[in-house]
Design a protein around this ligand. Structure first.
Ligand SMILES: [Fe+2]
Length: 196
């Protein structure tokens, strides 16, 4: 009888030992939090909707501003890469303006900036964009809006916040921070993981 009890005890201890690392592993892949869509989600289709926001088809010059190479990956909560997912981003130009009729901020829009675009994840769940560090507009810190589409359905609407210097917003959820660094060519690099 004592022997049975001991065996049971050993089995329970072994199970706990095996399960705890899995619980920890799962908590690494917390869902990316939702955030407001804001009032400037694009309402007009544009001729160029690709993932290079620095260049608009048919224009001779590139956008003004600090270049940002934004890359990332889309995972599910178990950490598996999600392919064929569409990431859509929209943001301000260097002067903090959106291409939206309701954005009546003063200043001139940059005709060479694409303002919004889309990228599809590959087999490894990876996506990329060429864009600029968005100009901040009062009272909001520099941010990039995004939506994640699976097929015809939007599964996530949120924002990533640019963390580049001591003026970066201090109270942003860790999972929405886009930490950026500069490379030798003085372009910014940022990696943003999305968990859906
Ligand atoms: Fe915004």
């Amino acid at each position: 009888m004592e022997c049975m009890r001991l065996k049971k005890y050993i089995v329970i201890v072994v199970l706990i030992f095996l399960l705890v690392p899995n619980i920890n592993a799962q908590s690494e892949f917390k869902m990316t939090p939702r955030d407001s869509e804001g009032p400037f989600y694009p309402i007009e289709r544009q001729s160029d909707e690709d993932n290079d926001l620095l260049n608009v088809k048919g224009q001779s010059k590139s956008a003004k501003g600090d270049v940002l190479n934004l890359t990332g990956v889309v995972l599910n909560e178990s950490g598996n890469p999600q392919s064929d997912v569409i990431i859509e981003i929209w943001q301000t130009d260097k002067n903090g303006l959106y291409r939206h009729p309701r954005d009546r901020s003063r200043g001139k829009r940059d005709p060479f900036f694409q303002y919004w675009g889309r990228a599809k994840t590959d087999k490894e769940g990876k996506y990329s964009f060429r864009t600029i560090i968005p100009g901040a507009y009062e009272p909001r810190p520099s941010h990039i809006h995004f939506k994640v589409w699976v097929g015809e359905k939007v599964v996530l609407t949120s924002q990533m916040y640019i963390m580049k210097d001591k003026n970066s917003p201090p109270r942003v959820n860790k999972l929405l921070r886009l930490e950026v660094t500069k490379n030798k060519e003085s372009e910014y690099l940022g990696f943003f993981r999305i968990v859906i």
